[in-house]
Design a protein around this ligand. Structure first.
Ligand code: GAR
Length: 192
């Protein structure tokens, strides 16, 4: 079984969707650890429901980003984690993690990259007036939502209705991440 860690900074709906896919037998993996950079984030409550351990570390309590990431890498190694799955982790990953988990870190982003990288991609898409936006799963590099694309799906914008557009994006995310992860873990996607 593939051991994975899910990283999240907020609500963790993608974390929960991945765990539910695992429980339904749609994804052959085991979430061995949830990592959050925001102690107290709602993802911790969701993880507790499934008895999944949480590593909650505030980067501010470390002298350097390298020291913060090394503390995470030590935990990942101790738990035999093979893949790092970012799901609403609102922080750039840097050299320490990227070197330790080369080609083994993936992210989900709520736009059709390379459009609308960074924060509030849904707000950016609405402000731009696009009619179609979507979701991207990609390998992580040192850039902001810039790594090689693994999977994408389009979502129609519901004009003038942010809540409905957001709900449609989240639904698409929850479906796409499971499929993309299953293909990755089965070795059906070439590592980049
Ligand atoms: C998701 O929409 C995810 O794509 C986005 O944060 C949200 C987290 O929701 N990530 C980014 O914007 C990364 N650049 P969740 O906590 O409910 O899974």
């Amino acid at each position: 079984m593939t051991n994975i860690a899910v990283f999240a900074s907020g609500s963790g709906s993608n974390f929960e969707a991945i765990q539910q896919s695992i429980e339904r037998g749609e994804l052959q993996a085991n979430i061995a650890l949830v990592v959050t950079d925001k102690p107290g984030a709602y993802v911790e409550t969701r993880a507790a429901k499934f008895n999944i351990p949480v590593l909650a570390l505030s980067p501010k309590s470390f002298d350097t980003k390298a020291a913060y990431e090394q503390a995470i890498v030590d935990e990942l190694r101790a738990r035999d984690i093979e893949w790092v799955v970012l799901a609403g982790y609102m922080r750039l990953v840097s050299e320490t993690l990227l070197t330790a988990y080369a080609s083994k870190i993936v992210n989900i982003h709520p736009s059709l990259l390379p459009s609308f990288p960074g924060k509030d991609a849904i707000g950016q898409a609405l402000a731009h007036g696009v009619k179609v936006t979507g979701v991207t799963v990609h390998f992580v590099d040192e850039g902001m939502d810039t790594g090689p694309i693994i999977a994408q799906t389009a979502v129609d914008v519901v004009e003038g209705d942010r809540a409905q557009t957001e709900a449609a994006i989240h639904k698409a995310e929850h479906a796409l991440y499971t499929v993309a992860l299953q293909q990755l873990f089965a070795g059906k996607v070439e590592a980049k």
